[in-house]
Design a protein around this ligand. Sequence first.
Ligand SMILES: Cc1cc2nc3c(=O)[nH]c(=O)nc-3n(C[C@H](O)[C@H](O)[C@H](O)COP(=O)(O)O)c2cc1C
Length: 372
Amino acid sequence: MDLSVDYVGLKLKNPLIAAAGPLTRNGAMMKKALDAGFAAVVTETIVTEVRRNVRPRLVNGAAGMGNIGLYSDFTLEEWESEIAQVKEAGGIVIANILAHTPSEMSYIARVVEKYGADAIELGVAAPHGEGLEVLSSDPDRMYGLAAATVDAVELPVIVKMSPNVTNLSKLALAVERSGASAISAIDTVRSIIGVDLETGRALLPTYGGYSGAAVRPIGLAAVATIAQTVDIQVSGIGGVENYHDALEYIMLGASTVQLLTAIVLHGYSVVPSILEGMKRWMARQGHESLSGIRGKALASLYSFEELRMEPYTARVTAHCAAQHCDACVTGCMYEAVVKDEGIYSVDKARCAGCGLCVSLCPEKCFMLEWGP
Ligand SMILES: Cc1cc2nc3c(=O)[nH]c(=O)nc-3n(C[C@H](O)[C@H](O)[C@H](O)COP(=O)(O)O)c2cc1C
């Protein structure tokens, strides 16, 4: 079973990459990620003017994590030895860099190229701090930053995208036009993680970035949009916790998949578990390599205007063993699912074919069938 991928000209042994953040903040941590099975690492964001990160800056919420950390505490010069450690160990390192002007971005890119980075990712998409959101939603500025970086170095350039934009296709086209080799998406989602009701204070003192399982549908939509818009490669990021999540990104067009929050919350064992799960799934389905499934699900996506009203209604297919649950009855907004002496049924006259019961039922007792 071959999980290897060619990503921006880099030969990766598998599609998993450690995403930019505190887990890749130095050489030792990057080596730890590689030892866990990641095929490559993306450094925490490297800048020229370091500002210490605020404290506190992380909160784990009910469905995802909120953070207001910005970038690396190391100076640009300090990154030389950190990157060297990874290179000496034979690892592949993508330097995530941030600047606000094309000339400064080119400068950092040239320096990290000299330090031995294998590729560059522009980390301009955090939803907090220094007007990054404004920058990352402006196609002209993104083009300027990316084109200058592409011109400055021999290395492949990847641009990381923000989900906090309404013009993702325009941005992707601008990045492709710049000569960049790939787009990675998504960075974190602009958020307020919560409010402490006792103190009346927000849990973090500024708007932050949301990550983890809850943001996966947002990441999937971004990756699909980018893959449908441009011909350059895509790296899927956001909420990947298991092989199923990773394969969803690949089926929507991603060549590689990046993770961070799942490792923080569940540990590095997530990496071998995803790789094993992928191999087992591919063996069961008869796929020799990931190229056979990459982008496969894109053909199942239509514009909303193309969709027709189909005469589907729900049907109960099996006796439900989870009698205590009643999620189907509670969740049916059309009051079509009824329970009578432990037996569930669908009132076809009321059923609007919405399909919610199919995904609500833990016992998989519902299906949609053609016809009223
Ligand atoms: C604590 C934390 C720090 C992060 N730092 C960076 C960073 O330095 N540069 C960057 O481009 N993205 C950064 N990110 C964003 C992640 O790389 C990733 O895009 C995002 O968390 C979604 O993936 P996940 O759900 O697997 O965490 C950070 C995310 C978190 C949670």
